[in-house]
Design a protein around this ligand. Structure first.
Ligand code: HEM
Length: 378
């Protein structure tokens, strides 16, 4: 995975959070306006111009978010996947919520523009859907995003729910003036939905195995179908009794564990991964080196070992890495030699994304085999 892959994904994440925070502020300002929050001593900061400006900024950042998601070379979404609900190969249900909320947001923005034609009553009815949009985007971010379980992710989502929830509760339970009706039953319903949502978040998206569940077992979200020649031959393993030869591709899904530093000051990282959408098998990558300190837990790798094994392969392959680039998005290559009397070698290439917080790893693998009696690992 190259630098471009990191940049686009980081912009996608930052754009998503910027759009979400601005949407939260926009909804909060809107609610504060209906509650007639203003002080005689302060200039009227909370006004409809501010509300419109923040909403527009949120839409602009959503545009940045969606564009970066689309450009990202790791997931390689097609336009249809980014614009049509449920068409995505990556977390389809949860991405659909983001797509639907974008369309609803655009419709409500359009209704504000068309207000002189549709009338105030219709505009107001439509405006209630902004709360639905807030809910949909909240679930979209929590369930699709890779930063939900970071401490700052929890603070952003928790803080936004607290802010909007408190204002909404006040609007529904204690409306500001006599013209606005109180809706205690709806207020209770909102409270129940918030509690159910909190329990779901703790038991679902905040758990380490969420990536597999969210992605309907489809792997990491890496683009399906990395072009490697003769892939179909690789999957029909019967003739060679080896599902990795002559070549194969697949996706990787697993967990990273860390141990050390030991008495020599060496830290060990182990990536235990299963191959999905490819030949049945597992990949284990062990990296050992001197920790470089700092928050990001960098490692100056001094030794490495990659092991590839499969239920339909009599041979296990292992060897050190020949190339390791990147930080959380690792690009690795390794020349693996078959065990025992086997003279087979496989050159594997892996692009692996590791979540710093949960240790989840996911990515792609491709391998091309060769038979060489003299082959030695680099
Ligand atoms: C066409 C519409 C949309 C698409 C295709 C889309 C796609 C995505 C994808 C693929 C992710 C995962 C990124 C990651 O793992 O970090 C994501 C996360 C996220 N999205 Fe969207 N999104 C859309 C609309 C929106 C909207 C309208 C908002 C907010 C107003 C939003 C806010 C977020 C947030 C906060 C995250 C979490 C980012 C993270 O955890 O790092 N998205 N979205």
């Amino acid at each position: 995975m190259n630098v471009w892959g990191t940049v686009t994904w980081d912009i996608a994440r930052a754009g998503g959070f910027a759009a979400y925070i601005l949407l939260t502020l926009s909804v909060a300002i809107g609610l504060a306006l209906t509650l007639h929050w203003q002080s005689a001593r302060w200039p009227r900061l909370i006004n409809s111009e501010m509300h419109n400006f923040v909403t527009l900024l949120s839409l602009i950042f959503t545009g940045v978010h969606v564009l970066a998601v689309w450009i990202d070379p790791f997931t390689r979404f097609g336009w249809n996947e980014v614009l049509i609900p449920f068409a995505s190969h990556y977390r389809p249900t949860w991405m659909a919520l983001g797509i639907v909320s974008l369309y609803m947001g655009l419709a409500i923005a359009l209704s504000t523009w068309l207000r002189p034609y549709i009338g105030y009553a219709w505009w107001r009815r439509l405006h209630v859907f902004t709360l639905v949009i807030f809910g949909l985007v909240l679930v979209h971010g929590i369930a699709t995003g890779s930063d939900t379980s970071t401490w700052w992710g929890v603070i952003i989502y928790g803080g936004s729910v607290l802010l909007v929830g408190t204002l909404l509760w006040q609007r529904l339970y204690w409306p500001a003036n006599a013209q606005s009706n109180a809706h205690p039953v709806i207020a209770m319903l909102v409270l129940v939905i918030t509690l159910v949502g909190t329990v779901w978040t703790v038991l679902g998206p905040l758990q380490p195995g969420w990536n597999v569940i969210a992605n309907n077992g489809n792997g990491s979200g890496a683009a399906i179908g990395v072009p490697v020649t003769n892939n179909s031959a690789a999957k029909s393993s019967g003739s060679s009794n080896n599902s990795f030869l002559p070549s194969f591709t697949g996706q990787l899904q697993g967990q990273m564990t860390q141990s050390g530093p030991d008495s020599n000051g060496l830290t060990t990282l182990q990536l235990h991964m299963t191959i999905l959408n490819g030949p049945q098998g597992t990949v284990q990558v062990t990296l050992q080196g001197q920790g470089q300190g700092g928050d990001d837990g960098g490692l100056a790798v001094s030794s490495s070992l990659v092991t590839l094994g499969g239920s339909q392969s009599a041979v296990t392959y292992s060897g050190p890495l020949t190339q390791l680039n990147g930080d959380r998005l690792w690009h690795m290559t390794a020349l693996l030699k078959g065990t025992g009397a086997s003279s087979q070698q496989i050159l594997v290439t892996m692009d692996i994304r590791v979540s710093r917080n949960s240790g989840q790893c996911s990515g792609t693998i491709s391998g091309t085999g060769s038979t060489s009696a003299s082959g030695s690992n680099i």
